[in-house]
Every structure is written in structure tokens, then in C-alpha cells.
Ligand binder design. Sequence first.
Ligand code: FCB
Length: 457
Amino acid sequence: MKIETYSNSTLLELSQNLHPDFQWGAATSAAQIEGAYDEDGKGLSIWDSFCAEPGRITDASDIRVACDHYHRYREDVGLMQGLGLDAYRFSVAWARVQPLGRGAWNEAGFAFYDRLLETLREAGIRPHVTLYHWDLPAALQEEFGGWESRAVVPLFADYAAEVARRFGDRVASIATLNEPWCVATLGYEIAQFAPGKKDRALAMQVSHHLMMAHGAAVKAMRKVTQVPLGVVLNHTPAFAAEALESDRKAARIDDGLNVRWYMDPIFRGQYPADILDHLGADAPKVEDGDLDLIHQPLDFLGINFYTRSFISTQTPPKPAPGKQGFTDMGWEIYPEALTQHLVRLSREYAPPPIFITENGMANADKLVDGRVADVERIQYVNEHLKALARAVALGVDVRGYFYWSLLDNFEWNSGYTKRFGLFHVNYATQERVAKDSALWYRDFITAFKSRRTPKAG
Ligand code: FCB
């Protein structure tokens, strides 16, 4: 394995530049790993319903068992500890702690997260909680049409406040939403994700309700906790394929829909005017006070970065060059976009401290004689860490990096066909095996920390 050649210069750049309290972590989400889909009083989520619809999931799988993390969380925290992680990002399944999304709390559901938090505490790993990673209680979808309805906004705020009240003093941060762009666009415009609709106006209305839910949750949580609060956005910076006016315009729109549509209301209290224009009749209905609600002060911003968008208006479209290759998702590997994008965000928005809450790759991993030689993943992470170090050197305040994902897991509409984990999971036996990338990450973290430790005298 070419580990040494990859990591030395990165280590040097990082150890010189990173914040003294920089956290190294890994991320997961409830629906993708927990399983125990109806155990101990858990309610169903919209992903249970979506998986049950024929043709929605590539391998016709579901999330009933997933990685069985609900029963194996101790082992999984042990894996994190073995890597020397400082931090773990996971999500709470709303329907586990409040089966119908409103009304009665499920104590057995909260007890699971109590056990997980206690195990993390014993392992010295800081928990970063996300409240909504796409698994809306199915009851809210049935009753109100889910995020289509403003009625879900105060319900989400109640749920957020309850989690914050119970766990606020035991966690390192709470993020409201994971990737609202995906919820709205993939769920309501492109129909790749639950609930699988194709209606742009509805998607934009959903995005507005998600933003409101974020703001209402932050407001409600501030009353019960001092813990740092934020949101997690997926940014896929848009690049014009060629120096054509049409490509540039299209890239600007793509950027507007993915980046500014969420950043502007959260950090400036307004939607971007060019995108409102572009949407025309599909723009959401916004009531008085909505934008003030959305525009809450935040303590951190989570950015999930995987790739860039390569925007071409030619027919056929010019393909992305992929000089560093493509991942098993077909996503172009383009780490320099991370540097540029972080610098841009900090100049244009002056955001609070940033966490890279997800970064990682799906790879066609093969388990051979007990080993996964995923050199591509090592290279991917290494290149992105270099890109991160450059952004920090240019003045961006980044406080942590979470690899996506700790484990191979349920990759939404791709089912179990895409492997993102540091640990290989055999879904028949639930056996976890550390990939070479996990060992590399462990050694990297150790080396980073030893460079950081102040020399005596
Ligand atoms: C992100 C999601 C995460 C995972 C990765 C690959 O969009 O937040 O759950 O699916 O992509």
C-alpha cells in the first residue's frame, strides 16, 4: 500500500494549519445503519414505505435490518475507538423516539440513544447529533403529506426541543437538517428519494418548509440547551463546462439552486432574487415572518462535499473530464473544488466555524482473504484533506472532518450496492472488516496527533 507517499505532505500541511481543537470523525445516519425498524415501539419512516414500493431501490432491499447497529452499537463504537476517532456524527430516528411524529414519546427509543451516548462517553468520542437525516415518521406523511405541509414545522421544533432537552448536555453539537436540497429536489422533483414525487413547485415549497423547520427548531432548542447548533448542507459547486455564456448562466442557476437557495435565507434572511426569477410560478409561497424565522444565528455550519457539478448546455452535454477519475457513484473526483468553495463561503457569508460533516467515496471494494485493498479511497481522502488544509491556510475556519461513512450501509435508492465505509460489512453475517483505508485513517490520525503534541521543555 502506498500509504506513506500519500500522507506525509498532507500531514505537514494539516498539522501546521488546523485549529488546535480540530476533530477527526466518521459519520452515519439512522436509517442507513440502525435496522430494528419496528423494534421497541419504533414507528415506521417514509423510507420504510418507499422501499416497499416496487422499482424504487436498485436491489429491491429495505432498511429493516441494515447494519443492525441498533444491536451492535457497542461493537461499532469499539471500531471507532480502534481508529482513534475524536468524534462521531450520527442521526436520531425521529420515529424511534416519537413513533407518530407527534404526541407520545417512546422511552425505549430514547433509551437506545442513552446507551449509545454512554458508550461513546466511555470511549472518549464526542457525539455530533443530526435530528433529521431523511427518515420522516411515515404517520406525518400520511396525515399531512409530510414536508408539503407547514403543519410539520412546529412538530419538528417540538421533537428538536425534546432531543435537545434530554441530550443537550451530553453531545458536542446538534444539527437540525441533513441536506435539505436532497430532501426537496431528490424527494419531490426527481423522485429518486422518498417520497418519490416529481413536481418542482412542490419541491420548492418543501424546501421552504424545511428551512422554516430548521429555524423553528433552532429557536426552540435555544430555550433548553447551550450546545452548539447548526445545519448540514450538501454543496456541489457548479463549474461551467466551457467559456460559453450559456454554460456560465446555467452554472450560476445550478449554484443558486444548490448553494444560495439554502445559504441565503439561513445567513441573510432572503432568497436569491435570480433564483426566484428563474423559478417563476414554481417559487414557494412565503408568508410574513417566515424569513425571520429561518434566519437564526448559528454556531456552526456543516458542509457535505463529494464532487462538483460540471454544467454543459451543449447537445450532447460535454462530459466532466474526470482527470482524477470517478467514484463508484459516477461522481467526478475533483478535490480542488473543496478549497475554492470553502474560501468562497467564508468570503461571501462569513459563516460560523465549518465542519466537513461528510466526505468520502463509494468504491467497488473487494474483500479478498480478509482484506480490502481500497487504495482509491485512501487517495480520495488524502487529496481532500490536502484541499481542506489549503482552505484553512487561506483563512477558512474548519473545526472537524467526518469521513462518510464509518460502515458500508444502505445507500438510499442504490440499496446495498454502493460501499462507502471505512469498514466492510458482510450483510449476511454482519461481520465488519477494517478496510485498508480504515487502517490508513487510524495511522494518519495517530501521526497527526503526535506532530501536534507539544514537545516537553
Ligand atoms: C449524502 C448523504 C448520506 C450518504 C452520502 C453518500 O448525500 O447525506 O446519507 O448517502 O450522501
